[in-house]
Design a protein around this ligand. Structure first.
Ligand SMILES: Cc1ncc(C[n+]2csc(CCOP(=O)(O)OP(=O)(O)O)c2C)c(N)n1
Ligand SMILES: [Mg+2]
Length: 761
């Protein structure tokens, strides 16, 4: 039956949501087709359809639940009882994907997944998709997935991981999860889901163009090309538009139909009876072949992008009416009537009953408590149980395994002479791998070569290619993969080769990994320790990108912990603590390794070995926030306190000697070691009693660590103490000797001391 494109008088003044609502009722009333005889529950809903009658009935109900949640949200948004109106209308066919997959197949969903969710809720008894959605829409504390922090589709028991609003950012971790299912199984890791699970990942047609999506498609194809399994089902819900920009006709099919390594299937998501078999084929293909699978699901968009999108202002009425005529619920109503499964009265009754259910749930949600205390809001952001982390970090019950790994008692690293930073990190990684069979290390060149600086040398040989491997050259995917491994209970230690290259993948930590505990109310965790080599002072090598000193991008990622060692023994105990933090509290951490110190052996004079350290045996760890204080001999160092980190530490220790010679001041040098969060108490304690303070920050002037340190000092009451900052210039780092003009040097520290001395005369 055709829908007229002219607006009847009784519909004038209605918004498009109301019109779609009215359309449904009128469509059913006016339906004049002939009904077949009612099918039995197991019988095909229509001749030739792969969908049986009972399945159709349930899918139709799920579609209606989704639609009425949308309509309810539109009505109650204006009354300020609901806070989100991006709906699922037109996409209700995605219920088929839910029906044909399992509730243990991890799902990373498009924001138009109301019907998928309603259908997946059937997979476990006693769950109510309407109430859960209502609680989320109304930002209630009892919202089972995010605790009122965001309107997200998600459920812990149903393995639906909540997603942020950043389109396409979930594709890398979905692929990562698919790869992790296979890797975990092959590692002998006890997966929390069945071994033949697949990862489901849905997104829109416009989002398919995004770099982060393309990254995942490419990595999926790269994986399949090598005949490695990656059972991910990409579901592109193609409604032909992204907000107001139309996708060129046929683009998605054209782009993906013949993509090597991505097996393409198409299904009509507007027609349950017709589309079901095709969705089934795609799902079965993915599960059976373990290959990346692309399901191109035809959808439409009813009621605009969101409640605030008044399409009538930018589209013609004819076009709008034509789109509304493709409403999949009209098709489902037709199937229900034509098959003889339901009478008109039954269809309308179900429609109205579902509306009532949604409004009743919204009423209930309105009465439920909201987040009204800051402490409640941030409770799941950065869970931290220091005693348990300490106990785990100090746990040393893997002596036998490490003997195997290192070869003999004599070869244990604590029985070796003092060594430099890169060797001690390498030893620490061997120990962590011996202690935790679930750890994996991956990145660019980390395997046979052992990384650009040989920090990971020997790990692959010791622990095998399943646990230590090279990835493709793509930082977004490295971090996406890390999230995937973490999602199935593994403990990833991804490596980013240079700090500069973290920046093009930053959102995978900022928007994704670090936000998961917050948006899932700590029900999902993706613990990881990301090793990033960085910072300046590499003499004779690099220029900007190999000497990037911009720590700013890491500084304000909520919930993130960043440690930056300046010497080998600290690196070991810090890595132990960060790994334990990941294991115990599920946290995301970054270990920023100063490249220029990797091989540094001497401190004051060539050959003095002053920067070599012994290996702390298992059992020792460092508390987060705890810095190291270098106290001068025979003095408390109150004359001058130098607060610094990373390369600044040996530099400041050298400068302190010169300062003593020139000004007679005995200085205390403080290595912060933990850059995020800054430990304000430690900063205050270590600066206590200072006559003068210098903050040495090798990062950039703007938004660098130094700003935080100085703020802590002033807020802590030391604002009156004479203070200087020695900090990098806000510029890109140039090549060769010119680099040293833009980052702090020992001379600059001495000059700052001179300035302090001058100001006293
Ligand atoms: C990275 C990013 N850029 C821009 C946006 C704003 N935005 C939200 S939805 C959207 C359109 C997405 O269209 P499509 O992928 O086709 O999904 P649809 O809404 O049509 O289902 C845009 C541009 C965003 N959320 N994230
Ligand atoms: Mg779209």
């Amino acid at each position: 039956m055709n829908i007229s494109t002219s607006i009847p008088a009784r519909m004038r003044g209605l918004n498009r949501a109301e019109i779609c609502d009215v359309n449904f009722g009128e469509f059913v009333h006016r339906w004049d087709g002939s009904a077949e005889s009612k099918p039995a529950p197991g019988e095909a809903i229509l001749d030739g359809s792969a969908l049986d009658a009972e399945s159709f009935r349930e899918l139709f109900e799920s579609q209606l639940v989704s639609r009425h949640l949308d309509l309810m949200a539109r009505v109650l948004r204006v009354r300020n009882k609901v806070f989100y109106t991006i709906g699922s209308s037109g996409h209700e066919g995605n219920a088929m994907v839910a029906r044909l997959t399992r509730h243990t197949d991890p799902a990373f969903l498009h924001y138009r997944s109301g019907a998928f969710m309603a259908e997946r809720f059937r997979k476990l008894p006693g769950m109510d998709p309407v109430m859960d959605s209502a609680l989320s829409l109304a930002a209630c504390k009892d919202d089972p997935i995010s605790g009122g922090r965001h309107k997200v589709w998600g459920s812990r028991p149903l393995w639906v991981l909540p997603q942020t609003s950043t389109i396409a950012s979930h594709l890398p971790k979905a692929l990562g999860t698919a790869i992790a299912i296979e890797t975990g199984r092959r590692m002998g890791h006890a997966l929390p889901i069945p071994d033949d699970s697949i990862a489901i990942c849905s997104f829109g047609d416009a989002s398919a163009n995004h770099a982060t999506a393309q990254t995942a498609f490419n990595a999926a194809a790269w994986t399949a090309y090598q005949k490695l399994p990656a059972p991910v089902l990409f579901v592109c819900e193609d409604n032909g538009i992204g907000i107001s920009v139309k996708t060129p006709g046929g683009w998605i099919g054209n782009r993906f139909r013949n993509m090597d390594g991505l097996d393409y299937f198409a299904a009509d998501g507007l027609d349950l009876a017709g589309g079901y078999a095709d969705v089934q084929r795609a799902v079965e293909h993915c599960r059976r072949t373990r290959r990346p699978t692309f399901l191109h699901l035809r959808t439409t968009r009813i009621m605009g992008h969101a409640g605030t999108d008044f399409e009538i202002e930018w589209r013609s009425m004819e076009e709008l009416c034509a789109v509304e005529a493709t409403d999949p619920l009209l098709r489902s109503a037709t199937i229900a009537l034509q098959s003889g499964l339901m009478s008109k009265g039954e269809v309308l009754e179900l429609y109205e009953a579902t509306r009532k259910r949604c409004f009743a749930a919204a009423d209930e949600a309105d009465r439920r408590p909201k987040l009204d205390r800051l402490s409640d809001v941030i409770a799941p952001l950065a869970p931290y149980t220091p005693a348990a982390v300490k106990a785990e970090a100090e746990r040393a019950d893997f002596g036998e395994r490490r003997l195997e790994v290192f070869g003999s008692q004599a070869r244990l690293p604590e029985n070796q002479p003092p060594r430099h930073l890169s060797i001690q990190i390498n030893n620490a990684l061997h120990d962590i791998f011996a202690k935790y069979p679930e750890t994996l290390l991956f990145g660019e060149d980390v395997a046979q070569k052992g990384g650009v600086y040989t920090v990971t040398r020997g790990l692959q040989k010791a622990f095998g290619p399943r646990r230590v491997f090279n990835t493709l050259l793509d930082e977004t995917m490295i971090l996406g993969m890390a999230q995937g491994f973490a999602n199935v209970g593994l403990l990833p230690l991804p490596e980013i080769q240079y700090l500069a290259y973290f920046h093009n993948a930053c959102d995978q930590l900022r928007g994704e990994a670090a936000s998961l505990q917050f948006f899932s109310n700590d029900q999902f965790r993706n613990p990881m320790v990301v090793r990033i080599a960085g910072l300046g002072y590499q003499r004779g090598f690099g220029g900007h990108f190999h000497n990037d000193n911009s720590i700013t991008a890491l500084r304000d990622i909520p919930g993130l912990v960043v440690g930056c060692p300046s010497r080998g023994d600290d690196a070991v105990t810090m890595l132990r603590t960060l790994t334990a933090l990941a294991r115990v509290d599920g946290r995301v951490a970054v270990f920023l390794e100063p490249i220029a110190l990797y091989m540094t052996k001497d401190l004051h004079e060539p050959g003095d070995g002053g920067w070599l350290t012994s290996y702390p045996p298992p059992g020792e760890a460092m508390a987060i926030g705890e810095g190291r204080v270098y106290q001068p001999q025979d003095a408390n160092g109150d004359d001058l306190v130098i607060l610094t980190y990373g390369n600044g530490v040996p530099m400041s220790l050298r400068a302190a000697r010169t300062i003593e010679q020139q000004f007679g001041w005995k200085s205390r040098v403080v290595d912060l070691r933990w850059l995020v969060p800054l430990d304000e108490r430690f900063i205050m304690e270590s600066a206590h009693g200072a006559q003068r303070i210098i903050v040495v920050d090798e990062g950039r002037r703007s938004a660098g660590v130094g700003e935080g340190v100085i703020t802590a000092l002033i807020e802590g009451g030391l604002g009156g103490t004479p203070l200087r900052r020695v900090v990098g210039v806000d510029t890109y780092t140039p090549l060769a000797g010119a680099a040293l003009l833009v980052i702090p040097g020992e001379d600059d520290i001495v000059a700052a001391a001179a300035a302090l001395a001058n100001s006293e005369t």
